[in-house]
Design a protein around this ligand. Structure first.
Ligand SMILES: Nc1nc2c(ncn2[C@@H]2O[C@H](COP(=O)(O)OP(=O)(O)OP(=O)(O)O)[C@@H](O)[C@H]2O)c(=O)[nH]1
Ligand SMILES: [Mg+2]
Length: 322
């Protein structure tokens, strides 16, 4: 053993030897790693400590998992709405999230790379759409939480692989697994179990993609199909717009009387929202006090007075008079 170990390190080492629980052992190992002198002579010891810490953490995690049963995941919604990326393995779901957001999911040329959900924020004009990368939908991976996340999402984006000869049968498998979980992907949902969806046809850059895209369009029917290449960046700007449109929300800007509108931070309201809905979103007190509002819109309004039931449009600027 190198002679230059510090008293702190030796004390941590003593703690480790006396530790009775995994938690205490882990704490002691981490202290040893923190206090060990960092130079060439201790490199092997440092590596050894890191390995022991990783192993212990792993064991503790597994014990915890066994006690709690299967893992369960849920993603809190953020931004203007939530879009989930679903599909067969290896179609490029993770690469799409990487290309569209600052998130950095692992991307690899083998199936089942993604095991847990990972959200990222996609910028579109002055709003952000939450995009969630998910594990693939397969016969082997039938975790209930995966379907739970799809059910609660605002929009499902089914990713398909234009480089695959099995494109149609792959898609059929995914759709039938979804249907077993009582989820049907549709353009405009109305019935229980229906989820608003779009298809992202990825890997447009590969040879033969165009032909497969044609056949796929005939096969899929009513769903809109957006061809893109996550790798080359083709079609991604259009996709941002499509995702925002599918959320069925509008942006409304609030303007205090006599002042300029705060163009930077829109209020996000559902499509069909009225002046009253906007007033409530801007300030709860406005609901009762609202007398009328004035509107400035993209085209029609020039400070026109409107009542509480007036339906707003994306981009409207509202001035509440209470
Ligand atoms: N040519 C081409 N390859 C792509 C494109 N997008 C993804 N890939 C490749 O496809 C492979 C799978 O990509 P991933 O993003 O890991 O796929 P995934 O759908 O997340 O896979 P799972 O997590 O296993 O379900 C990787 O080798 C990517 O480099 C694309 O637009 N063009
Ligand atoms: Mg993935």
């Amino acid at each position: 053993m190198p002679a230059n170990l510090t008293p702190d390190y030796l004390a941590a080492d003593k703690k480790f030897k006396a530790a009775a629980t995994p938690q205490d052992k882990l704490a002691a190992l981490e202290e040893m790693l923190a206090t060990i002198p960092k130079h060439k002579g201790t490199e092997k010891m440092q590596a050894d400590l890191k390995r022991r810490i990783a192993k212990l953490r792993d064991e503790m995690q597994r014990r915890k998992g066994a006690a709690r049963g299967k893992p369960f995941y849920h993603v809190d919604k953020e931004g203007a709405g939530q879009v989930v990326l679903i599909g067969a393995p290896n179609v490029g779901k993770s690469m799409l999230l990487r290309a569209l957001s600052h998130a950095e999911p692992e991307v690899a040329d083998y199936p089942f790379t993604t095991r847990v959900p990972l959200p990222g924020m996609v910028e579109f004009e002055d709003v952000q759409v939450q995009l969630v990368d998910l594990p693939p939908i397969t016969v082997e991976f039938r975790e209930g939480w995966l379907y739970g996340i799809i059910r609660t999402a605002d929009v499902a984006a089914l990713v398909v692989d234009l480089s695959s000869e099995d494109l149609l049968s792959q898609t059929e498998t995914v759709l039938s697994l979804l249907s077993e979980a009582n989820i049907r992907l549709v353009r405009s949902p109305g019935q229980p179990g229906e989820k608003r969806a779009v298809v992202i046809a990825n890997k447009l850059d590969v040879l033969g993609a165009g032909g497969r895209l044609e056949r796929f369009r005939e096969f899929i029917g009513e769903l809109a199909v957006i061809p893109v290449s996550a790798a080359a960046g083709t079609g991604l700007d259009g996709l941002r717009q499509v995702m925002f449109d599918l959320l069925h929300v509008i942006r409304v800007y609030s303007k205090p009387p006599g002042k300029k509108a705060d163009r930077g931070t829109p209020f996000i309201l559902r499509r069909g929202a009225t002046v009253l809905d906007a007033a409530e979103a801007i300030h709860k007190d406005f609901v009762e006090k609202l007398k009328y509002a004035r509107l400035w819109g993209r085209e029609h309004y020039q400070g026109q007075m409107v009542g509480r039931d007036h339906v707003l449009e994306d981009g409207d600027i509202i001035e509440i008079h209470a």
